[in-house]
Structure formats: structure tokens, C-alpha cells
Design a protein around this ligand. Structure first.
Ligand code: AHG
Ligand code: MN
Ligand code: MN
Length: 415
């Protein structure tokens, strides 16, 4: 796959197929009978989920059981990511094209999970020997994971443009395979942790072509490049899907298509993602903070005052907040999502906008946070409202429990 800048005029056949580039209409059909409802998984829900589950069971008990309710479930029934996608398609929440793109991302994540697991014995630790466009040294696994994502997205035939942390510019999928969707991703997040066998992840977001800038007839590479950049640089509020996969003691894929957050754990014995966290809700408060405090001296006075307050036992009934920091956004965010609390990467005296990238780190995570009842903020603005100007743009990020992010903003919104 060549970048737009590298592609020749001869390869701009995008024009020829532009006419067939239309998103398949979403069909609203009757909800099917489902094999293995999410209720099967209540034992694995989070504490908050379990509480809701109890409430839901109480409500259900008050209703007369339907025929479907009384049908005995087989212990061998599985509710996989594929089952879930099918169900969402049948409910009209996504179309078959988007389901295909999500499936191809899941396939990439399975492959990366296997590579991460075997990195130490397959000579996949250490540096690749080059730096990416942001000047960061690439690890071997950064490069390999990027290839895996690109291959899976190209071969699914439903992706038109991709933008990755490890690519200088957005990449157009070869026209033979290309479709509509625009996928932004961080193929391997937290890669500095990889050689120590510590949790890493992948992050992705999926957009439709921008209305102002559809992928239509183009006959020069420069114009096509601009089209691709424009299509990629959309605010997070337009995301159709966002998700991440955590490669840790287990491999967990968490995603949203805008109707809540769902988590799937990979069963390595059958190689499938199985629904284990239906409708994840982030606790409204949580006394864990996750910041790289080594940067404290570079933060502005408002962020310093906020951090000082978290550590003051007198403000919190004698017990200050607890610190937890892995240094992998996916790992730190996943814990925050399940346990509550706040993750932060502020701007500082050296880097005004912090370290994290808007398009493929902050926006997808903020969509997930909001869909779980939490918030994602730059300290002064909702992350999903930030209009990207550049593909690799950075923004400060404060994300997690609603009340915790609002408390942070009570400091950062001061003049
Ligand atoms: P990446 O490995 O994709 O470049 O991302 C690294 C990010 C993120 O995962 C993590 O939260 C943050 O960098 C850690 O930064 P510090 O080492 O500065 O704490
Ligand atoms: Mn990252
Ligand atoms: Mn990365």
C-alpha cells in the first residue's frame, strides 16, 4: 500500500469507482431470537454492572416470563463479537459494511495479541531502527502491528482511507479493495512497555467520509491527498465506532457504536472474542488518579493545585486518592473504565498540548468514556468537539468518571 504522496496518477482510479461508493442503507428489521443473551454473563460483570443486573432481575421477576425467557439455555451457547455484530445489524444500529470493518479490526487485534504474546521468543522485542514522523523511535512491534492493521483493513474491502500513528500521512487503500470507511488507529499503544511484558493495546476509530469532502472523482495525487486528510480530520463527535484492545493477562476488546459500551474477552481456545462486559458503565466517582507525576514540575499552577488536592487527606475524610500508572493509555484507561477515577496527560512547559494524539488516542477513548457515562476533556473543552487541524495533532487529555473530570475542570477552567 503506497501513501497518497507516493501514488501515481495512474493509480487514482478512485474516480472510476466513486460512483459505487455509497453507504449501504440501514435496514430496520424485527429483532431476531438471540442465542445466548448478555444476561448469561452477569457473573462476569463489573460491580456497578452487577448492581444494575440485580435491579434488572428484580424488574424482570415482576413481569410474567415469556416463552423465550423460559427456554433452557445450553451451557455451550456462546455470545461472540460476531453474534453481537449480527444482532446490532438486525436491530438497524449498524450496516453490514461497518460490521465488516469492525470484524477486520478484531482480526488484526487477534493477530497482534498472538505476536505480543510471543514477542520474547520470536525476536520481536527491541527497536525497529527508525523513527516515526513524530520523532519517536519505533519498536519492531510498532511496525509489525501497523502492517497487520493495514493488511486486515485493506482486505476487508470496506475501508477507503486509513490514518495511523506510524504513518506520516493518511493512506488510501488500493482501489481494487477500497470501500467507504475511514479508520484511524494506534496499532500498538504503550509500546515502551513491550520488552518488559507489561500491558499494551491497540486503539481505533471509524468514520464515514466527511460530507463536505467525500472521496469523489480526483485526477491528481495532490488533490487526492488533501481529500484524504480532510476526511480523516473529523471531530470525534462524528465517530461511528471507537474501540480498543488490551493485551494483558487476557486480551479484551472494548467498543462502542454509540449505544453503550461492550467488552469482549478473547477465548484463546476457540480464537473468538466472547461478550463478557455487556453495557459497561463507568462509576460516577472513583478515588484513583493516573498521571505521569514525574512531569509535576512542568505543569501549570492549576494542574499542580488539583494534584495537591488529591493528596490532601484532610479533604477526603482522612484517605487521599490512590495513584496507579502503567504508562499504557489502553491499560490505564481500561482500569479507569472498570474501577472509576481519572486518567490525565496534561500539557506542560515543554509540550503545550501534552503527548497524546487527538485522532487515534484521545477522541476514540473519549467516545467510549462518554458512552459509558463518563467524560473526556482537554481541561477546557469536550474532546469530541475538538476539530482536528492535523493528523498527528496532540491535545491534553483528562478522562474518566464524570464527577472526577468535572472536579479537575473546576481547577483547569480557572483563568
Ligand atoms: P504510544 O506507545 O502509542 O506512542 O503511546 C504512548 C503513550 C500512552 O500509551 C501512554 O499513556 C503515554 O504515552 C505514556 O507517556 P509517558 O511515558 O510520558 O508517561
Ligand atoms: Mn499510543
Ligand atoms: Mn502506538
Amino acid at each position: 500500500m503506497a501513501t497518497i504522496a507516493q501514488r501515481t496518477v495512474a493509480s487514482t482510479g478512485v474516480a472510476a469507482k466513486a460512483g459505487r461508493k455509497s453507504v449501504v442503507a440501514v435496514r430496520a428489521v424485527a429483532q431476531p431470537r438471540l442465542v445466548g443473551s448478555p444476561a448469561n454473563f452477569s457473573a462476569q460483570q463489573t460491580t456497578a454492572g452487577a448492581r444494575r443486573s440485580v435491579a434488572a432481575q428484580a424488574t424482570a421477576a415482576a413481569k410474567a416470563p415469556s416463552k423465550a425467557d423460559t427456554k433452557k439455555k445450553s451451557e455451550y451457547e456462546l455470545f461472540t463479537l460476531t453474534t453481537w455484530l449480527l444482532k446490532e445489524e438486525m436491530k438497524g444500529n449498524i450496516d453490514g459494511e461497518l460490521a465488516t470493518v469492525i470484524s477486520s479490526v478484531a482480526l488484526a487485534c487477534k493477530q497482534i495479541s498472538s505476536l505480543v504474546n510471543r514477542a520474547g521468543i520470536s525476536n520481536l522485542t527491541g527497536l525497529a531502527g527508525a523513527a516515526n514522523v513524530q520523532g519517536e523511535d519505533q519498536k519492531k512491534l510498532d511496525v509489525v502491528s501497523n502492517e497487520v492493521f493495514k493488511n486486515c483493513l485493506a482486505s476487508c474491502g470496506r475501508t477507503g482511507v486509513i490514518a495511523s500513528e506510524e504513518e506520516d500521512q493518511p493512506v488510501a487503500v488500493e482501489e481494487t479493495y477500497s470501500g467507504n470507511y475511514i479508520v484511524v488507529f494506534d496499532p500498538l499503544d504503550g509500546s515502551s512497555n513491550i520488552d518488559a511484558g507489561i500491558s499494551v493495546g491497540s486503539i481505533f476509530g471509524i468514520y464515514e467520509p466527511s460530507e463536505e469532502c467525500p472521496m469523489d472523482a480526483m485526477d491528481d495525487p495532490q488533490k487526492m491527498m488533501e481529500q484524504c486528510v480532510m476526511n480523516v480530520c473529523q471531530p470525534g463527535s462524528r465517530l461511528k465506532c471507537a474501540g480498543y484492545t488490551l493485551y494483558s493477562s487476557s486480551t479484551v476488546l472494548v467498543l462502542t457504536i454509540g449505544n453503550g459500551v461492550f467488552g469482549f474477552t478473547m477465548d484463546p481456545l476457540i480464537g473468538e472474542f466472547v461478550l463478557t462486559h455487556p453495557n459497561v458503565r463507568i462509576p460516577e466517582v472513583g478515588k484513583i488518579y493516573s498521571f505521569n507525576e514525574g512531569n509535576y514540575g512542568l505543569w501549570d499552577d492549576n494542574v499542580k493545585a488539583y494534584m495537591d488536592s488529591l493528596k490532601d487527606p484532610n479533604l477526603w475524610g482522612g484517605k487521599p486518592y490512590s495513584a496507579r500508572y502503567i504508562g499504557s493509555l489502553v491499560g490505564d484507561f481500561h482500569r479507569t473504565l472498570l474501577y472509576g477515577g481519572i486518567y490525565g496527560y496534561p500539557g506542560d512547559a515543554k509540550n503545550k498540548n501534552g503527548k497524546l494524539r487527538l485522532l487515534y488516542e484521545c477522541a476514540p477513548m473519549s467516545f467510549i468514556a462518554e458512552q459509558a457515562g463518563g467524560l473526556g476533556s482537554t481541561g477546557t473543552q469536550r474532546v469530541l468537539d475538538v476539530d482536528p487541524e492535523k493528523v498527528h495533532q496532540r491535545v491534553p487529555l483528562f478522562i474518566g468518571s464524570k464527577k472526577e473530570v468535572e472536579y479537575l475542570e473546576s481547577f483547569t477552567k480557572k483563568q
